[in-house]
Design a protein around this ligand. Structure first.
Ligand SMILES: Cc1cc2nc3c(=O)[nH]c(=O)nc-3n(C[C@H](O)[C@H](O)[C@H](O)COP(=O)(O)OP(=O)(O)OC[C@H]3O[C@@H](n4cnc5c(N)ncnc54)[C@H](O)[C@@H]3O)c2cc1C
Ligand SMILES: *[C@@H]1O[C@H](CO)[C@@H](O)[C@H](O)[C@H]1NC(C)=O
Ligand SMILES: *[C@@H]1O[C@H](CO)[C@@H](O)[C@H](O)[C@H]1NC(C)=O
Ligand SMILES: *[C@@H]1O[C@H](CO)[C@@H](O)[C@H](O)[C@H]1NC(C)=O
Ligand SMILES: *[C@@H]1O[C@H](CO)[C@@H](O)[C@H](O)[C@H]1NC(C)=O
Ligand SMILES: *[C@@H]1O[C@H](CO)[C@@H](O)[C@H](O)[C@H]1NC(C)=O
Length: 582
């Protein structure tokens, strides 16, 4: 491959190095042929893990809680399946698809208002369709801050709670947003005598709140959520790059040292970028801003070129040296630009970046944008042939983290270059802290969450270069170290048996039986994931390449292309598709 392709490869991830934006906001994930009827629904990537198209009879857009109750009652009276749709459905798995083919979608896109702010108690109540960006802004306007949040602010409050979404912290209540919920209102089906739908108000002491805080959307529609916040504060962050030789010792410790700590591991480089990030007094100078490059809009032309280059690099006779150089150049470019952090909202002049919580906790300017005819877009927008990737995220108990890191390093040491396409070639592996939760589907123990994104082909069953490395790590984390898949990320096999690792799953299911006895908010996918009916695995030709199964037979890989089902290199119990040269 030509050296001249290298700059283009920087954008393999869709990293926007230009700031041209007036960009196109993301596509609607619900599309109907006949007004609000005869619809399809997908996720923000335009493709669920099984690549199937999800059909729904129709969609409604309630603007008030009364309209929401009416929508649930109408479907419940007809015993019709239903599902909440958010504006952009960022979850990777098939969570936003209603059961059957003729369900109703209830969109929360227009339920996006602030209901009430109680400044004295520092409580804020919002409608569930509010996007995180607007929530953070509304809180800040009242002098309040949500201490932890996902790093991308395009997610909705209802959706991010449903999947247990988090930032990173072991301090205070921890990294997960649901820890800050002190009440909510949820609309559930009801008997005819009660009008087919009711609003249930759950206060802080209601045990059902532990079910509703992280619900996968199967209990009903959350209408409003009340959070307990903190006075707006400032933080000071610095990225510290170190050799990874003592990473196994540092991995659990780092989170106890800094309130907003995280780590990004670049296995091929043998480096860890430690995020040293703490609260500081509000009088500390600085007006820093997070506008992460990976969540900025990028010129479509560059995204398309980057994808083409990435596809070339997937060819198995292409060259590791070039791939690794590209990965290294990308990492150093991001590092030089401080990942998109600035000290004053304009330029980066050096660490530490000091700023108010609401300006540095999350970003996502690619969603802000007016239409520009798709000249620019979010990197993952399916309307252009840009970035298309898998996103795996799984947490393991913090106590297991040193052993998992040591095992991953053993795999790496066999041949570091294997990581250039899958891990270093993207963002590296991001490790974040989440505390044990009382939520029935939250983390049972203090945990560390490992997040990776990697290449996905547009064509079913196409082998991915060095797929065996990432697949072995995922199986090792899930099976050897008791890993739990993020509910809103991952490929099918990661959910196989996951529910058995939640000690309070039975409590969750009994609330579900009370709230929605006919399973109207349940789907094939949620039944498979919750262990109610069927398996999340789809076993067929090529399934292991797609992550729909763990291979047990060569046909689950691509034997005709030299990919066979083999043991892992370090974790021998893993079964992964490996390229075997003749
Ligand atoms: C670019 C990007 C960055 C991300 N960053 C992070 C991160 O930093 N940390 C992290 O933990 N995760 C992250 N995620 C994953 C994200 O948290 C989940 O995918 C989240 O569920 C998406 O929220 P959403 O509003 O798009 O919900 P959707 O994906 O649309 O919905 C998820 C589920 O919730 C249900 N639901 C939604 N609203 C309601 C409601 N009001 N009542 C009942 N059920 C409801 C839906 O029916 C569905 O079943 C990221 C995802 C993307 C695409
Ligand atoms: C419903 O939509 C599909 C495409 O998703 C289309 O082929 C079909 O004709 C539509 N049916 C009606 C009745 O409009
Ligand atoms: C949705 O479709 C179903 C089945 O066709 C129908 O009974 C119902 O009235 C429709 N609801 C709305 C809000 O259009
Ligand atoms: C709610 O969404 C509408 C568009 O659907 C938007 O115009 C409005 O600004 C949003 N309101 C808030 C408070 O974010
Ligand atoms: C890989 O590419 C590099 C740089 O272009 C070149 O020096 C090297 O010889 C190539 N290696 C192989 C095995 O083709
Ligand atoms: C994306 O690529 C596919 C296959 O190469 C092609 O069929 C499709 O038209 C392209 N889409 C766009 C928007 O360019």
């Amino acid at each position: 491959m030509e050296e001249s392709l290298l700059p283009v490869l920087l954008l393999a991830l869709g990293v926007g190095l230009m700031q041209l934006c007036s960009c196109s906001s993301p596509a609607d994930t619900v599309v109907c042929t006949d007004g609000t009827s005869n619809c399809t629904v997908t996720n923000t990537y335009g493709s669920y893990t099984d690549r199937a198209i999800c059909h729904a009879a129709n969609v409604t857009y309630p603007r008030t809680e009364e309209e929401l109750v009416a929508a649930v009652a109408a479907a419940a009276s007809a015993k019709r399946k239903m599902k909440v749709a958010t504006r952009h459905a960022h979850s990777v798995p098939k969570l936003s698809c209603p059961g059957g083919q003729e369900g109703t979608l209830i969109s929360t896109a227009r339920l996006n208002r602030t209901v009430r702010i109680d400044a004295g108690r520092r409580h804020i109540t919002v409608e569930s369709g509010m996007v995180l960006r607007d929530f953070i802004a509304a809180a800040a306007a009242a002098g309040l801050a949500l201490p932890n949040a996902p790093y991308f602010y395009g997610l909705s409050i209802g959706g991010l709670l449903a999947t247990g979404a988090h930032g990173s912290s072991l301090w205070g209540k921890g990294g997960a947003v649901h820890e800050y919920v002190v009440g909510l209102r949820i609309v559930t089906p009801a008997p005819a005598s009660r009008g087919f739908a009711v609003v249930r108000e759950l206060g802080a002491d209601d045990p059902d709140l532990d079910a509703a805080k992280v619900s996968l959307g199967v209990l009903g529609v959350i209408s409003q959520v009340t959070f307990a916040l903190e006075p707006l504060f400032k933080r000071s962050l610095t990225f510290v790059k170190r050799d990874d030789s003592d990473m196994a010792d540092q991995v659990a410790r780092w989170g106890t040292l800094h309130e907003f700590a995280d780590l990004t591991w670049h296995p091929r480089e043998g480096k860890v970028m430690y995020r040293q990030d703490d609260r500081v007094d509000v009088s500390t100078l600085g007006n820093g801003l997070s506008d992460l490059l990976i969540f900025r809009a990028s010129p479509t032309e560059m995204l398309v070129a980057a994808r083409a280059a990435e596809e070339l690099m997937q060819l198995k006779d292409s060259n590791d040296t070039v791939r690794c150089a590209a990965a290294q150049l990308q990492a150093s470019t991001l590092e030089q630009q401080a990942y998109g952090f600035t000290n004053d909202g304009v330029s980066f002049t050096g660490y530490p970046v000091v700023g108010y919580q609401h300006r540095v906790q999350a970003s996502g300017t690619c969603i802000n944008s007016p239409e520009d005819g798709l000249l620019t877009s979010c990197a993952w927008d399916p309307r252009i042939n840009g970035s298309f990737y898998y996103n795996s995220g799984f947490s393991i108990p913090l106590s297991q983290a040193p052993a998992l890191v040591a095992d991953m390093q053993r795999i790496r040491d066999l041949n570091p270059d294997m990581f250039c396409t899958g891990v270093d070639g993207r963002l590296g592996m991001v490790l974040r802290y989440v505390k044990a939760s009382s939520a029935y589907l939250g983390k049972p123990e203090d945990s560390i969450d490992l997040d990776v994104i990697y290449y996905r082909s547009h064509t079913y069953g196409t082998p991915r270069l060095y797929a065996d490395v990432v697949d072995e790590i995922e199986q090792m984390a899930l099976n050897k170290y008791g890993g739990l898949p993020h509910w809103g990320k991952n490929r099918n096999f990661a959910f196989d048996g996951a529910i058995t690792k939640y000690p309070k799953a039975d409590k969750f299911l009994s609330v579900k039986d009370r709230y929605d006895p006919d399973g109207l908010f349940s789907s094939e996918w949620s039944d498979q994931v919750l262990g109610i009916d069927g398996s999340p695995n789809i076993v067929k030709k090529g399934c292991a390449i797609e992550g729909l199964c763990v291979c047990s037979d060569d046909s689950h890989c691509a034997p005709e292309q030299g990919y066979f089902c083999r043991s892992g290199k370090v974790y021998r119990e893993a079964r992964v598709c490996s390229f075997i040269k003749d």
